[in-house]
Design a protein around this ligand. Structure first.
Ligand code: HEM
Length: 670
């Protein structure tokens, strides 16, 4: 942590120990609710009153009293019943449908509906109260607008709806006492978006696992790892009530600390191999709660539910509700590999997540277009979760070095440093690279062809490439597949293959214009192919490659013309293997407003040098395969000659663990 953050920025803590220490330190308070407007605020009405009346934005004795009331409501709930009801309602939503948009139909409606009913809301008010709580939740953390905005008006009215429903429950004409209304509203609002995020993030991870694997883990274990790996509440804030220390540096009274729960959950000092989605770390047979917990139950060391003096009192209820929903959805598949997230500064909640029932889909071409599945999200401002908020820190000890979330392949092309994309040729080479922490993995067509005993770039390895792609989507990082010229004779044929890869969960493809005879494919035909792929699989990152330099088939101008045409056709990135000179690289970077990918040429390039020129993605191509083949012959010769073999080789168990870890982690769709 820095003692003096840049002007206008709050200090951010990312280390697990530092975040925990602040959460347990009474000198750090929750930023209080903004003072009510001078206009009269009638108790029991409107968001300004509500924010000032809930436990969440209060401190001291007032907080203790209000929190006790919320805890009293929550303690009276039976988790087994919550779970059963959530399960039944989710099954009912999924029943008979080939494709269901979970965030609108289930992720809020089910948990908030079940909870509201258990807290006394009459059954016939259920849907209205769910909508009211959703509106209140959207406005909860915002300061009251000086002039009433439509959102503010809707949220203010929503407080009245909840009050009226409780009034009906209490007896005709009787309005609920404001303290009760604040406690029920506070509980339902806190439950709303956070539980939707937990459900959405868990389903996003779990539905990518093979069904039998997902079923192998208790749902609690899957939820625990989701809460660590992809927590819905990414951060919380504290303000120093007096001069204090945090993260080893002085913090003056009044300074605000951002506690990055998501980054702390990836602190390698607490969680080995923190970027891997690995439910086995919470396997009840292996997990040692004493190692993590000091005095508080649940959680398993992750900070998903907060910690210290005011952890989430809804943990038990949230886990029961989410467990019921996830259990009911196991066996369903994610319809779309790319998930948009709501634009929240502190929450990570999918805006849209479509699940498909494989049993209702006879053949791949029956897959429903996810855009047509369900209604749109209640949040109309959905956007892909910004990389800077993903808090997927690969260096959790530094304050601001937050890399993009691994699932967001596109964002990796726009990070501070270029994406170094190592290219694998089989499962083992990809798994070892993923385990080494590379943010994404590509494939090398030479490697795939050589492993199959075939020549490269002849279009003869479609089956091997697809089989490998299917296998690699089991890795906990995005995968981009080299499909050579596209493995089909027509743009539509290539688009079919691309769509199949997208359905598997592949994040991107490379499509090249080099032909087996060393000439370039017709530019118009390549552009048609790119356009067809983008229209069939819009979420797939299409890296359009020209082999002008690689084949010596065109000069700089020809290359620039091709890149511009690819960009026009809808490519997401452009790739020019073989370019070496800085001037050429610079010209290519300037040519199009898309990330430029170059092939790393040992002795000619450095990552830093390419970064300085503006390159956004650096591939290793066949380099790693060739290095491995070299190591194979060197080692065999050393054995034969009685010489020492190189140190540092992975053991038999290490290699076995690569497969087991992958299988235990996520996403083998085979
Ligand atoms: C049934 C569902 C839930 C209920 C009823 C609930 C309730 C609450 C309440 C009332 C508070 C305020 C506590 C206080 O002021 O002392 C709170 C805080 C919190 N909740 Fe929950 N919650 C639920 C779900 C979740 C979920 C799914 C998460 C995320 C995984 C979550 C994370 C948190 C965190 C991190 C805090 C503490 C914030 C801080 O320390 O500043 N909650 N919750």
């Amino acid at each position: 942590m820095t003692a003096d953050p840049p002007a206008g920025q709050d200090r951010r803590l990312t280390r697990h120990a530092d975040v925990r220490a602040v959460l347990a330190d009474p000198r750090f308070l929750v930023p209080a609710a903004p003072a009510a407007q001078p206009v009269a605020v009638r108790p029991g009405t409107g968001m300004t009153w509500l924010r000032g009346a809930v436990s969440r934005f209060s401190n001291g004795a007032e907080h203790t009293r209000r929190r006790a009331r919320a805890v009293g409501l929550l303690d009276a709930l039976d988790p087994a019943r919550l779970r059963r009801e959530a399960y039944d309602r989710t099954r009912a939503e999924l029943a008979g449908e080939a494709c269901v948009e979970v965030m609108t139909r289930i992720a809020r409606r089910v948990p908030v509906g079940v909870l509201a009913t258990r807290l006394g809301v009459p059954e016939e008010w259920r849907e209205e109260v769910v909508a009211a709580v959703t509106a209140m939740a959207a406005a909860y953390h915002l300061p009251p607008a000086a002039d009433a905005s439509p959102t503010g008006d809707a949220a203010d009215a929503a407080v009245g709806v909840l009050g009226a429903s409780l009034g009906v429950a209490l007896g005709e004409g009787e309005a609920p006492e404001p303290g009760l209304l604040a406690a029920v509203a506070g509980v339902l609002i806190q439950a709303c978006d956070a539980t939707a995020g937990l459900v959405g993030n868990a389903l996003a991870a779990v539905t990518r696992m093979p069904a039998d694997l997902a079923l192998r883990w208790p749902v609690e274990v899957l939820l625990a790892e989701t809460l660590r790996w992809d927590p819905p509440v990414r951060l919380t804030r504290r303000v120093a009530a007096e001069d204090a220390m945090a993260g080893g540096v002085p913090v003056p009274a009044g300074a605000v600390l951002v506690l990055d729960l998501a980054a702390a959950n990836r602190d390698p000092e607490v969680f080995p191999d923190p970027h891997r989605f690995d439910p086995s770390r919470f396997d009840p047979a292996r997990f040692d709660p004493a190692r993590f917990r000091q005095g508080r139950g649940g959680g398993g060391g992750h900070l998903g539910f907060g910690d210290g003096l005011r952890p989430c009192p809804g943990e038990r209820a949230a886990l029961a509700l989410a467990a019921g929903i996830v259990e009911a959805a196991l066996g369903h598949r994610l319809a779309d590999s790319e998930i948009p997230y709501e634009p929240s500064p502190n929450l990570r909640v999918p805006a849209r997540l479509c699940l498909q029932d494989p049993e209702r889909l006879q053949a791949p071409n029956e897959l429903q277009d996810p855009r047509e599945c369900g209604r749109t999200s209640m949040n109309t401002h959905a956007e892909t979760f910004p990389a800077s908020q993903a808090a997927d820190s690969r260096a959790p000890h530094s304050v601001d070095s937050r890399a993009p979330h691994p699932a967001d392949f596109r964002a990796l092309h726009h990070a501070q440093r270029p994406l170094v994309l190592p290219n694998a040729w089989d499962h083992a080479s990809a798994a070892v690279l993923a385990a080494a922490g590379f943010a994404a993995i590509g494939t090398t067509s030479l490697g795939v062809a050589a492993a199959a005993g075939k020549p490269d770039a002849t279009g003869d390895t479609a089956a091997e490439t697809l089989a490998l792609a299917r296998r690699l989507t089991g890795l906990p990082c995005p995968v981009s597949v080299d499909i050579e010229g596209g493995f089909a004779d027509t743009p539509q044929g290539v688009a079919e293959i691309a769509a199949e890869l997208a359905r598997m969960g592949v994040a991107g493809v490379n499509i090249e214009d080099g032909r087996p005879d060393g000439t370039l494919a017709d530019l118009g035909e390549r552009c048609e192919t790119i356009a067809a792929v983008k229209s069939r699989a819009p979420g797939l990152f299409v890296n359009a490659r020209t082999d002008t330099y690689w084949l010596g088939a065109g000069d700089r101008d020809a290359t620039l013309a091709r890149l511009r045409a690819f960009a026009e056709a809808g490519a997401d990135g452009v790739f020019v293997p073989g370019v070496a000179e800085a001037d050429d690289v610079r010209a290519l970077v300037d040519a199009v407003d898309l990330p430029l990918n170059v092939l790393f040429l040992p002795g000619r390039h450095t990552v830093a040098g390419l970064a300085a020129l503006g390159v956004r993605r650096i591939s290793t191509g066949s380099l790693l395969l060739r290095a491995a083949l070299h190591a194979v012959t060197q080692t065999a010769r050393a054995v034969a000659a009685g010489e020492e073999i190189p140190a540092g080789l992975p053991s038999y168990a290490d290699v076995q663990a690569l497969v087991a870890a992958d299988a235990d982690s996520v996403l083998d769709q085979s």
